[in-house]
Design a protein around this ligand. Sequence first.
Ligand SMILES: [Fe+2]
Ligand SMILES: [Fe+2]
Length: 142
Amino acid sequence: MSMMFWDYPQLPVQFMNREHETFVGLMNDAEQALTMGTFSVQHFKRLVQHCQEHFAHEEREMQRTHFPGFELHKKQHDRVLLEMTELLKGYVATQDIEPLLRYLQDILPEWFTQHIHTLDQVTAQYLTAAYAKSNRRAKSIG
Ligand SMILES: [Fe+2]
Ligand SMILES: [Fe+2]
């Protein structure tokens, strides 16, 4: 089943919300293509590429602001990227859509919702405070 805008929380950091919306769009596109028989490997590759960029963006911001939960958050990103790469390899080798379908219908939406509620949420709160602090500093210097 497709995931909707209201299925996951909005965060106080706009770039994260934008990227989450893109993620959900690409995940839904791939899942719909699988169920309608129009799937090509590009659907999944686009999702993987988006995840690489989306995760790297969050990681850059966490590092730049010295977020203490960086390692833990990055570990979850890396695990999901590895899962996706393995699935892609499996699909290319077997052309079996079942594992992909199960992943896109159940496993990935569940992970994504859980990830936003926990690590992305905590990160967004930390980033918001860090941005406010550097804004105040910039104002006092300027
Ligand atoms: Fe995220
Ligand atoms: Fe994240």
